[in-house]
Design a protein around this ligand. Sequence first.
Ligand SMILES: Cc1ncc(COP(=O)(O)O)c(C=O)c1O
Length: 512
Amino acid sequence: MTENSLTHGSEASEVLARLHELRTLDAPTHGGRVLAYVYDSGIDDLDRLASEAAEAARPLNGLDPTTFPSIATMERDLVSFVRRALGGDDRRIGGRVVGSVTSGGTESCLLAVKTARDLWREANPELRLTLAREDRRPRLVVTSTAHAAFHKAAQLFDLDIDIVPCEVDGSVRASSIISRLGDDVALVVVSAPAYPSGAIDPVSEVSQAALTLGVSCHVDACFGGLALPWWPDTPAWDLRNPGVTSISADLHKFGYAPKGTSVLLHRGRTRHRKQFFATTAWAGYPVVNPTLLGSRSVSPTAAAWAIAHRLGAAGYQRLTASCARSATAIEQAVREITGLTVWGNPTGPAIALIADTSLPESERVDPHHLADEIAQRGFQIQHQPGVTQANGVRLPHSAHLTITPVTEQLLPEFIAALRDSAVAVRGTPQASATVSLAAMRALGYSEDRAPSPAAAWRILRLVGAAPKLPKGPGGGGALPQKMAPLMALAEYLPAPVARALLTELLARVSER
Ligand SMILES: Cc1ncc(COP(=O)(O)O)c(C=O)c1O
């Protein structure tokens, strides 16, 4: 297959052969070797079922469930399944819970914010004007460990983001969040659990305070929302708290569905309906969209629906038990690795590894070197740069592990690889960004001045962080083998510069 086929076409068999060849370059999506991005149940027939269900729904358009009523049935089932799992069935707690199927975590978070913002605007017309006169907007209160989707939401929906600093261990005090609440807050967000740390935020205290003050409160359970209901010893983190006004849980994570499906639930129809966009003010068909997209694929919904029916709550419980056993075993193993430790107190299927700073540098295990090293041994864990918060407290750089049911199949091998990798990198300090930082300053880039795309690309090449780009119609661009130096740039360069470099890196990967 050549560039030519995009002009003249080619045989289906050739196209598919090419796709399968391209796929050999990808990280393995099954088998537990990639501990981020993918959620493998380990049940083969579930994948087959998902594929068949997705194929059955492939020609549909989610734009209109009245023309294709199967969509409405599937969405009803999924919403009620998730509502029950998330403690939302008891109408005595704050009334009826209703919701929508969205395309993923980011869309659920965006819609939770948009809905709360619109309700706030409606309830506070005068305060809105007062804030505007002071060049302020209503606030979106989040923690440092809240997902970046909320930063995106604040940008898109014109809110001021107010980030509550976490403690060094990644936890956040309820009082720190509550002290930020006021009548100019459109929404406060707590996570269950937070992706970077795996910790559950103080949902009960914060949602209770929000209820008292009349502030909307969203629980972001996109990551763990379909594992925590069956996880041992969890606090009440969900709709059992009457002050929780909305909650999100991704079917394409621990729901084991293919990418493209999540559920967003609201307390009360009034709130839910604010999520919708509806108009008759154009020359075409009346547009009524519960979510951000117009035409949308129903395949992920159909796959999620099939999986939820196949597994039932009992199936999710079994799969979650496996994740919980692996999490306990990994935490135990890490405790025995000198120089490495688990960040804070995770509850659920995410664990972050950090260097044990109670030991001298020569005995510490840097998590990013560890991640690079374990990649050589066939496992991918995810680099998370550290972050210096507004109060000066630095949250450490770490390596994230998403623990799925297949983790258990490879547990002895994974733990051995962790131990061996730790031995290999023990004492190697965090990659330095000092030279790049000095070079950036010399070039005049700073908090106030970001490089252009061309300059960003030159810098990436200069510091050896540019992806290798294929010549001609090859596979996608490959990132440098060692990610630790790139992550140090992300952590230490002025934020606008780091953003420009990372944007350029990703844009170039898909550019020809
Ligand atoms: C807690 C949390 N919220 C939101 C998201 C965004 O989800 P998505 O990547 O499906 O858009 C994630 C993704 O990891 C997450 O962990």
